[in-house]
Ligand binder design. Structure first.
Ligand code: BTN
Length: 243
């Protein structure tokens, strides 16, 4: 069931309510305190985009395999954009890019019960019809900026939920490896040589060779060694473009 509301602090907060269950969606036209990754705010213009949270209850999934939920969410977004003829890539771990520009922000929050997951809240902000962005944002884009068209937000959301629930069913039915392959195939900058930055400020050139099913990013250095990196252990270096 899709619950479409006018305004809330953050749809991820709404999605914690116990009366909501697997497959339910909270969609808000405006968030007064939209949350991004790493404690950032998520700014999205009133009524121009789709900011929502999709709820899963993956009781079957052990905590160490939680990256699989991120794969369901991200692979499904690239498939959504394929269906609109927009080519996108997954910037590890979980941003969706068109070229070097960010089109979707994702904030996934899990609730655990013992060794397994009990709830995954996939908070997703898809830039749909917004064409002007705060100049301080690094390379934002939208479906509209990519194609010059306007989109029905209801349709974008409906299509996404259908694709995501199909891929989630695949995961439940044992399709973990297939999903992981699809994640890797759609990775941003896969197989290309680019600069990276480490938390201590060191920069180096490397080539992404893939990701482990646990989520570790694999980057090959010029000396041939391959390093594995967890979230926050490495940053992409992406040129900020002038708006
Ligand atoms: C990021 O790229 O920093 C993640 C942004 C996530 C934004 C979405 S919008 C819907 C949901 N509610 C939130 O408060 N955040 C997520």
């Amino acid at each position: 069931m899709i619950y479409h509301i006018k305004e809330t602090t953050s749809t991820n907060d709404e999605a914690r309510k116990s009366e909501l269950h697997e497959g339910d969606v909270v969609w808000a036209d405006f968030q007064t305190a939209g949350r991004g990754q790493r404690g950032h705010k998520w700014l999205s213009r009133h009524g121009e985009n789709v900011t929502f949270s999709l709820i899963f209850e993956p009781h079957f999934l052990p905590v160490p395999e939680q990256f699989a939920m991120l794969e369901v969410v991200t692979v499904s977004l690239t498939e959504l954009f394929d269906s609109y003829g927009i080519d996108t890539r997954i910037k590890w771990t979980n941003d969706i890019y068109a070229g070097d520009d960010k089109m979707v922000g994702i904030l996934i929050e899990h609730v655990y019960s013992g060794c397994n997951l009990s709830r995954t809240i996939a908070g997703i902000g898809i830039n749909v019809n917004q064409r002007e962005f705060d100049p301080s944002l690094p390379n934002p884009t939208s479906m509209s900026l990519q194609t010059g068209r306007e989109y029905s937000r209801e349709e974008v959301l409906g299509r996404y939920v259908e694709i995501a629930m199909r891929n989630y069913a695949l995961l439940k039915e044992g399709g973990r490896d297939r999903l992981h392959e699809r994640y890797v195939e759609r990775m941003y900058r896969l197989g290309e040589r680019h600069p990276f930055a480490l938390p201590d400020g060191t920069r180096f050139e490397g080539t992404i060779t893939g990701a482990e099913p646990s989520g570790r990013l694999l980057v090959k250095r010029s000396d041939g060694s391959v390093g594995g990196y967890l979230f926050k252990e490495i940053e992409f270096v992406i040129q900020k473009r002038d708006i």
